[in-house]
Write a protein that binds this ligand. Sequence first.
Ligand code: ACO
Length: 429
Amino acid sequence: MSDFAELKLEGKTYQLPIVVGSENEKAIDIRKLRAETNYVTLDSGYGNTGACKSEITFIDGEKGILRYRGYPIEQLAEKSTFVETAYLLMNSKLPNQVELNDFREMLTRHSLIHEDMLHFYDGYPSTAHPMAILSSMVCSLSSYYPEWLDPHDNAQVAQLMPRVLSKIRTIAAYSYKKSIGQPVIYPKNSLDYCANFLYMMFAVPSEPYEVDEEMVKTLNMLLILHADHEQNCSTSTVRMVGSSDANLFASIAAGILALWGPKHGGANQEVMEMLEEINRNGGDVKKAIAMAKDKNSGFRLMGFGHRVYKNYDPRAKVIKKACDQILAKMNRKDPLLEIAKRLEEAALSDPYFVDRKLYPNVDFYSGVIYRAMGIPTPMFTVMFALGRLPGWLAQWMEMHRDGEGRIDRPRQIYTGESERIYVPMNQRT
Ligand code: ACO
């Protein structure tokens, strides 16, 4: 294969370097295009734009493959823990026992937030969405570490990484406690990452609370499945904000806000609300399918479709299987799981969804499990953020270490008015 692509423009031929990734993904390097030709490329939605080179996560959307640092998602979901997977994403390798113990210890030591931050919660109305609270709390954390905010100082960054990873879990659990009017429960150092989160969510000071091992296992699995997904909307946001040399907390807070949108992480909440609505109306999935196909309805089948996957999302496969097992173990039946399955079956046998290669994505079944665990619907996207954090951290570090140090700054094609003369008020129509 040639090392160059040829581009013919206005009678001239230009050679553009070809870049090939380790899984044989090919790209045309256009970095010098504008300087040499005065043209830019137009790619709204970035569907054809490789914004960076990355060693973290590989996706083959046609085959339904997802790997973190080379390890298939199915193996990690079955065998790893969230903390181990976070280490893998952030350090490029699976930890040995000593490294894992040290990492765990760091997360345990840094789980408390500054006591003054507890007062922040009092300013929110009880109806505040936990994603609004989470993003502002994470951004506020920057005020407590003014001496460690230089993104180019690796020693400072190393101090912040375990702190943000550990504290986000505390912030999330506290926001739930505040929303239901219960006292916050401080973390317990004898518990590991996921067990501690469940403890802070569900324990009350007035009685003992035993963390359910099955729930811990399930939470580990769910967080692993969400831990990274290469250059999605929130991760690209984290990288873009970080490229301005904004501090780590500001970059992560921006990622949380991007995740909140219903076309991205916010879809898990919307899926649950859609399933509840179908259930309330008698469980007929045909109406939802018809509405999703009707472009005038403004309705989309939430939890369906993906920019990259044109096959079954491998994460959704794992979660769907887990749904049955977990509900059986908990001795629970959930009518919403039955509706979800019927909805999927109806969609996957409908030419509209088949032709467009629209399959269930990670958000379609995750809410059913969170619901079984007792996590309320408005917290679903927060759970996604907890899971995605190691990916954001790894991508932010990679951007600073391997990037070219340039601020992200796309171009545009201007389609507005040409120069006009200012019109005084009394002459305007
Ligand atoms: N329901 C109905 N139609 C859909 C859906 C859906 N969920 N998703 C895509 N389509 C249709 C579009 O209307 C479009 O049809 P057309 O070709 O006739 O115009 C076609 O499929 C392609 O859709 P696009 O919007 O161009 O696809 P894009 O890659 O931009 O969007 C997205 C991907 C945002 C995920 C989209 O599928 C969607 O909105 N899904 C529902 C929300 C959702 O589940 N989001 C979570 C994604 S996973 C994640 O972020 C964790």
